[in-house]
Design a protein around this ligand. Sequence first.
Ligand code: EPU
Length: 351
Amino acid sequence: MSIKTSMIDVQTNVELKSLNTLSLNSVASHYVQIDHKDALLDALSYASDNKLNVMILSGGSNMLLPESINALVVHMNIQGIEYVAEDESTHTLRVGAGQSWHDFVLWTTAHQFYGLQNLALIPGLVGASPVQNIGAYGVEVGEFIRLVEAYDRKEKCFSQILAADCKFAYRDSIFKQDPTRYIITHVMFKLLKQPELKINYGDLRAAMGNELTAENLEKQVIQIRQSKLPDPKQYPNAGSFFKNPIIQAAAYEKLSIQFPSLPHYDQGNGTVKIAAGWLIDQAGWKGNRLGQVGMFEKQALVLVNYAQANLNDVQATYRAVQQDVVQKFSVLLEPEPVLFNSAGLIQSHSI
Ligand code: EPU
């Protein structure tokens, strides 16, 4: 069924399987796609008139969905890349939340706007990029954001949040901390006129060879990702399933006596980030499955739905991984994707 108002077209009983990259079976009682900022207000009124919770859906690449959701699923699909301004060293662009992230990165490189090349091939949409401050190969998106435009559900108005107020940190921001407050409509990026290549991460420098250009950097990042990370179309997944744990330096020292080859990155503030992929691998889970859900054979940090799994199957696998890692290393891995309940609300991952 479809309920049309002047600006929006609300559909009922909509299958979300193709809209989440883990391909979990999930049906939304109500669903609306939003192509313009103004339509968002209509959708919010519709939800409030019909006493429905609102659940925001972006690219679905970082979500764990239950089999049925009784809520208004608001699918943010605002398109467009606008050139806003320039100064001596940067270009400012305003991009719709529904724009594909990877296509946007390719577009910036083609137009010689620099900074985002390390973030090529990350799944998802532009509007979700600030939420968990997506990062890869030594770059986090927050470094290149000028401001985020969002509807503020607390103040009931559209607002602009400067990057300095977004509290960007490792896979974190105010949008992640306070998920029911803001609905992101656009992101304003500040990109460099001259490339400043960041190629110190892992084997990136070697992969670059002598061609030290932003174009080659993007190409190499794409190649490295394709060699390790499964394509969600072939192996449904949500990228890194767990965060790399950040532990106290003293706890790391203790672990390193028993496990000297544990990959680690000193955070410079008395804490150390350790590689979750290595922990999972050493706990015997690389390429291992429980039922139809397992950890990928080329990168143990990525959980894959190998068949027709539902949320319970995913939970059984990741909890088994957590338990084995705790047993071996006394470290509790925190899942990265956001878990939703059947009322469309965010839930904690507690075991
Ligand atoms: N490792 C193993 N076995 C594995 C996987 C990794 O021993 O199965 C070891 C690697 O050899 C390496 C270390 O663990 O020494 C770290 O692995 P890698 O460099 O591949 O990166 P990662 O920590 O596993 C993080 C991000 C990725 C991002 C890459 C590159 C997180 C949670 N993940 O992965 O982000 O692409 O670095 O920057 O921070 C994502 O968030 O979805 C994502 C893919």
